[in-house]
Design a protein around this ligand. Structure first.
Ligand SMILES: *Cc1c(COP(=O)(O)O)cnc(C)c1O
Length: 481
């Protein structure tokens, strides 16, 4: 399978291992496979047996094989088995699906090492990065900024790996106590936690400033694990397939998904699964108060927000001003027209956004691509958490509650069962849980003792030179080969 950039009209192809360690394509676009492999009923039937008999990792390996032809199949299988080893997950099914109420299910994609769905992709990315770097005889220093979930999931995926160091910038004192304990509790020498005197945007600006120093970036082999990395999407396709398999009994049954959305990464994998012919009926985008995407699906207007217009909400992992993966969907929506995509995302987005209202492509979007959308607010999520806890005995995190809120609103318009993705566990967001049910969420047994562990974190000012000094110093001090 070859890959192309959403902005390259020549569609110059690249291979999977070429794009694995890259973020954006050189033209600023995002990578996508040149075509989506098509699933027929007999493949789905064989996967039903495979999932039942050999489990999630075996299914993941088969799906990867469809998209990767420059890594041997047996190596893919070994990597999938390590990434989705039962001992790393709270449930041997890896992503169990449970009924919530009439017509609604929860797919538990947050049972991994850091209790957020980002583990599903990061665990595989850790394997793939280590494999490819060893093959090339290279090392990589991952520099990132996090408001909580991405950073911890990247660190747990990369800890102890050969050839990789992680430098993760966090806004000092602004993550939840559990998130801080999770990250700062790691004592692996290849993981460096930095607490910056600033907010998340300051951390992101530092990463941008350091990455813009081309000489420093090259000399110190600085890379990223951002949400636009293709391999992350690939890993996420797997749980749409496994969840569909778990709620159906025959190949002609359709299922809808409702996904709490920020950067359009998680739901983009659902879009790709649907384009591959997985029998998905509706894809429901659920946003919080930062409703860039809900606005687009309702009106056709994509209006990126300024920092001042971006709210800090109680579902913080969805607090985005623009959706970094959205370009992939728009490329498909426009019939894969790279010139138009390039104009929209390379030029118009920089000026504040664009409108597809009234175009044939947008008017057909719900029918052809199945999208619906909705928005949930603090009051909605608190009331959904309280209601599900009191009436159904289910405690869910604020992001999942945004999804369930929006799914319930669409329940009557959708003729198929809706699977809501549970994207994090409640323990990560104790304040909002306390507000909803009057007490703290329980700490799952596998995280017992985490709050008491010694902390490993370097305090730095909001200053790119100080971060660069730390990077130089740690590279010299910690050998990863
Ligand atoms: C990252 C995250 C999301 C949003 O996922 P996207 O891929 O950015 O749409 C939702 N919920 C939780 C808990 C997250 O960590």
């Amino acid at each position: 399978m070859d890959y192309l950039s959403t902005r390259d009209p020549e569609a110059a192809p690249a291979s999977f291992t070429d794009i694995l360690l890259r973020g954006l394509a050189p033209d600023g676009g995002l990578y996508l496979p040149v075509r989506y492999p098509q699933l027929d009923a007999s493949t789905l039937r064989s996967w039903r047996t495979l999932l039942a008999e050999e489990g999630y990792a075996a299914l993941a390996a088969q799906i990867m094989e469809l998209f990767v032809d420059d890594i041997p199949a047996e190596d893919l299988r070994r990597m999938a088995e390590r990434a989705y080893a039962p001992e790393k997950f709270a449930d041997p099914q890896i992503v169990p699906v449970t009924p919530l109420e009439d017509g609604l299910h929860l797919a538990h994609v947050s049972e991994g090492p850091t209790a957020a769905f980002k583990d599903m992709a990061m665990q595989l990315l850790g394997e793939l990065f280590e494999y490819e770097l060893a093959r090339r005889g290279e090392t990589l220093n991952i520099l990132g900024a996090t408001s909580g979930d991405t950073g911890s999931s990247a660190e747990y995926a990369m800890r102890g790996r050969e050839g990789i160091r992680v430098f993760m910038l966090t806004p000092r004192g602004r993550m939840t106590p559990f998130q801080q304990a999770q990250m700062f509790g790691l004592d692996d020498p290849n993981i460096v936690n930095v607490a910056v005197d600033g907010v998340f945007d300051d951390c992101q600006d530092l990463v941008k400033a350091i990455s813009a120093d081309a000489a420093f970036k090259r000399k110190h082999r600085i890379g990223a694990v951002n949400s636009i990395n293709w391999a992350r999407l690939l890993a996420q396709i797997v749980y749409y397939v496994s969840s569909w398999l778990r709620v159906t009994t025959a190949e002609d049954q359709r299922v809808s998904f409702c996904v709490p959305t920020g950067n359009f990464g998680d739901i983009c994998a659902g879009h790709i699964a649907r384009q591959m012919g997985l029998p998905i009926d509706r894809l429901i985008v659920a946003t919080n108060e930062n409703d860039v995407l809900d606005e687009f699906f309702r009106t056709g207007n994509y209006r990126v927000r300024s920092a001042a217009e971006t709210a800090e909400t109680s579902s913080p992992s969805m607090d985005i001003s623009r959706a970094s993966n959205f370009e992939r969907f728009v490329f498909d929506l426009l019939g894969r027209d790279a010139a138009r995509t390039s104009d929209l995302f390379g030029t118009q987005v920089r000026r504040g956004g664009f409108s597809l209202a009234g175009t044939e492509e947008f008017e057909d979007a719900a029918g052809r691509f199945g999208f619906l959308s909705g928005r949930s607010t603090h009051a909605d999520r608190v009331s959904t958490i309280r209601d599900a806890h009191e009436r159904l005995g289910v405690l869910m995190d604020p992001h999942t509650a945004d999804g369930v809120t929006v799914a319930r609103r669409h329940r009557d318009q959708v003729d198929t069962p809706i699977v809501c993705l549970e994207t994090a566990l409640p323990v990560k967001f104790a304040d909002t849980i306390r507000e909803a049910i009057g007490r703290d969420p329980q700490i799952p047994e596998r995280f017992a003792g985490i709050m008491e562990a010694p902390r490993h974190v370097v305090d730095l000012p909001d200053d790119a030179e100080a971060v660069k000094d730390l990077i130089r110093e740690r590279i010299a001090a910690v050998d990863v080969r």
